[in-house]
Design a binder for this molecule. Structure first.
Ligand code: FE2
Length: 171
């Protein structure tokens, strides 16, 4: 699947455009507003996962995507998750469930129209996907963005083999 994405130049250029025109400017504006150490900074660095991850969840099935936090897979505190459905919840009747704070245990479904993106701190907050009970395939794309001085591109979790590639975007 990863190779499929890497071979799809149209999808990758669309993704790059999304990062440069929407996601990173949004994060920069938010940091400018809320982080006194970043206010007034001319440029900020964003470490964007490359390529994004494509998820396919066929149904009908009784298999969930188990509850986890991404710290278990080598992700660090200084990155945030973006999640974008490519299929309609009304068809698949399943979606990503996320808690609001680490260990809050108040899981809620992300029910978004196609074209909208959710942001959450998946390194620390737990998330999972219930089984797809329908015969419609659920499809979504997700990626993470490491933020400036909060993210260490050289950081590794001991014993973990696979790390996502990153594209550095400076805005
Ligand atoms: Fe995850």
């Amino acid at each position: 699947m990863r190779q499929c994405i890497l071979d799809s130049s149209e999808l990758l250029s669309c993704y790059e455009h999304l990062l440069r025109e929407v996601v990173c400017p949004y994060l920069k504006a938010k940091l400018n507003e809320e982080d006194p150490l970043e206010t007034g900074q001319n440029s900020m660095v964003f470490y964007c996962q490359y390529p994004p991850t494509l998820r396919l969840q066929p149904g009908p099935s009784s298999r969930p995507r188990r509850q986890h936090r991404d710290a278990e897979f080598g992700h660090q505190d200084g990155e945030v998750n973006f999640w974008m459905p490519l299929t309609d919840y009304d068809r698949t009747h399943t979606t990503l469930w996320v808690e609001s704070m680490p260990n809050a245990n108040d899981f809620h479904p992300l029910i978004l129209d196609v074209g909208r993106i959710a942001m959450f701190h998946g390194t620390l907050v737990r998330h999972y996907v219930p089984p797809n009970p329908t015969s419609f395939l659920r499809v979504s794309i997700d990626f993470r963005v490491g933020i400036g001085r909060y993210f260490d591109p050289k950081w590794t979790l001991e014993g973990l083999q696979h790390y996502h590639g990153r594209h550095k975007i400076i805005l």
